[in-house]
Design a protein around this ligand. Structure first.
Ligand code: GLY
Length: 584
């Protein structure tokens, strides 16, 4: 099934018309300022083709997970086996961010043949999805059913994605890669402060579901500091996945328990929804920028399209020649324009016809670039748009390069903190609340007052739009595996990480660097404390920007590979102290 666009796609002339209009309205000289970018993609940078680092590096948001990946590498596994170990362990030790009740997106590069592929293990809407379930009787959106309990949960993709990775790219049987997660779930671990805080924050929602209380509020309280915390049900579910592959989750005992629990609590999953789940392999988006090739996530993520569009706009400017305030100004304006398109056009490629050729074209970027004024913010209200949807916040990302040069970037999520807060009795599986990433009620504003877009409307079996942007940056001298959680800020954080890497920064500096974000609407720049020195901040305000302090930023995990010295580096975001980046 496909949807046609509600308004014609913009062509180059329309964008240039807009540029002229803006120039007249804002009193600037847009055309004079725009530099012409290269018309066609530059030749792909030579990559590390035959080079092997001889060592491996993993960076993840939790040291148990990084160590699980290293353990599997030591047993003879490759980066893809290690990814299975890291993701499944995060499912146990960092359930507030991701898990086997959720989904992931990954970009990988196989060293042997240079194959680059996007693995889409995103959740899908159940066949019985009904927009009315997300409306209150008075016709306003029901945020509770969208965010909490079984109606908020899509059919999980992560278990199938892990089985897929092991079968098609790994060297070890799934049971070996899942062994660390099973062991930790069975023997127990000490929850870190962020998990304890997440449970305390969502305690009222968790209390609505008996199996969630049993798992997360033992004795009525979040687990205490230093307590060993076990989940035999989750260990058993992981064992069935290890023994039977995807069927261990999507058919038989676990599937029956999932469907029974969901339906008993008012949800609408069926056995056929689970049995029919499919992992999709898609061609990644590839964009050239300053001699590097960025390999990133295509729809149903909006992340790669937005990153590519921003880079295509920026490569027509000589950023190095500008002062910091003007450099930031251009980056913000590129973000603004890319997010406008993100809101408007994107959805599940199996359901929606999208103007990707236009969005990724250097000619389209030329037009957008010319609509940017030299030293004035463009109000978002002056850029035509129809709709917007806002993906959720809580997700995790990890990066791996192995000794042979296999690379994988994985971003995984259950959507908001602790997902739907609904644990399916007898499985230990915490379900996601990814249905909120759909524009659930067409024509009705969501919790942020934004209208949903038809391209991202829920349909049976459809995947909800994501911001997840797992990315590889391939260069002649250096390469990187990069990504971040953070809802819609994922895209801008990954972009800033890519720009920092290309500027020569180390993995540690990239993970730690302060961040800023603009997403078209609301029309403001979210800023991390200290990101701009006072003079730059003043200059940006004079150009018309509202700088809005934001506390919460994603935990970025980066691995870099220097081809000249053939050395790896790994860094975990210092904002998350339990993370670990390690080279072994
Ligand atoms: N649930 C967050 C995302 O997929 O972007």
């Amino acid at each position: 099934m496909t949807f046609s666009r509600r308004r014609p796609a913009w062509g180059r002339s329309a964008s240039r018309g807009l540029a002229l209009l803006l120039g007249l309205l804002l009193g600037g000289s847009a055309a004079a300022f725009a530099a012409d970018g290269p018309r066609a993609a530059t030749a792909a940078a030579p990559s590390q083709a035959a080079q092997k680092p001889g060592r491996a590096a993993i960076a993840s948001a939790n040291f148990h997970a990084t160590n699980a990946g290293l353990e599997v590498l030591a047993r003879g596994g490759n980066a893809f086996d290690a990814a299975v170990a890291v993701a499944s362990t995060l499912s146990v030790v960092e359930p507030e961010s991701s898990g086997i009740g959720g989904g992931f997106m990954a970009v990988l590069r196989r060293a042997g043949d240079g194959r680059e592929v996007f693995i889409d293990a995103r959740e899908t809407a159940p066949a019985a999805v009904d927009s009315k379930d997300y409306l209150k009787p008075d016709g306003t959106p029901n945020r509770d059913t969208a965010l909490n309990g079984p109606l908020s949960a899509g059919i999980p993709g992560e278990p199938a994605g892990l089985a897929w990775l092991a079968k098609h790219y790994g060297k070890l049987p799934l049971k070996d890669s899942l062994a660390p997660a099973i062991r930790i779930a069975r023997d127990g671990f000490e929850p870190d402060s962020r998990l304890r805080e997440a449970i305390a924050d969502r305690a009222d929602d968790l209390r609505r579901w008996p199996a969630s209380v049993a798992k997360y509020l033992p004795g009525g309280k979040p687990p205490a500091e230093g307590a060993a915390w076990r989940d035999p049900d989750q260990a058993h579910t992981l064992e069935l996945l290890a023994e039977r592959g995807a069927d261990g989750f999507y058919r038989g005992e676990v599937a029956q328990k999932l469907v029974a629990a969901v339906r008993a609590a008012g949800g609408n999953w069926s056995a056929a929804d689970l049995a029919g789940y499919q992992v999709k392999e898609r061609a990644p988006i590839s964009v050239d920028y300053r001699g590097y090739r960025i390999v990133t996530a295509p729809p149903p993520s909006s992340g790669g399209v937005a990153v590519a569009e921003i880079l295509n706009i920026l490569r027509g400017f000589d950023l190095g020649k500008l002062d910091r305030a003007h450099r930031i100004h251009l980056v913000i304006e590129a973000m603004r324009r890319a997010f406008r398109d993100h809101n408007d056009y994107l959805g599940d490629p199996d359901f929606v016809k999208m103007p990707l050729e236009m969005l990724l074209s250097p000619y389209y970027a030329d037009g957008l670039r010319q609509s940017i004024l030299p030293d004035k913010a463009t109000p978002s209200s002056m850029l035509p748009y129809t709709a917007a949807a806002d993906p959720g916040m809580h997700t995790t990302h990890f990066s791996i390069i192995d000794k042979d040069g296999n690379m994988i970037a994985v971003t995984s999520t259950v959507n908001y903190t602790l997902g739907s807060t609904f644990v399916a009795a007898g499985t230990g599986v915490l379900l996601n609340d990814e249905m909120d990433d759909f524009a659930l009620v067409a024509g009705k504003p969501n919790v942020y007052g934004l209208l949903g877009s038809e391209a991202n409307a829920p349909k049976p079996g459809k995947r909800m739009l994501s911001s997840m942007t797992p990315s590889l940056v391939i260069g002649a001298d250096r390469s990187a595996v990069i990504g971040s959680p953070g809802g819609s800020t994922i895209i801008t954080q990954v972009l800033e990480g890519i720009l920092a890497f290309i500027d020569g920064k180390s993995a540690t500096a990239i993970a730690a660097q302060k961040r800023f974000h603009h997403q078209f609407m609301p029309d403001r720049v979210d800023v991390e404390e200290g990101v701009f020195d006072p003079a730059t901040a003043e200059s940006l305000k004079r150009m018309g920007y509202e700088l809005h302090p934001r506390q919460s930023w994603g935990f970025m995990n980066v691995v870099t590979w220097d081809h000249k010295t053939n050395t790896l580096d790994a860094a975990s975001d210092p904002r998350r102290p339990s993370g670990l980046g390690k080279v072994q």
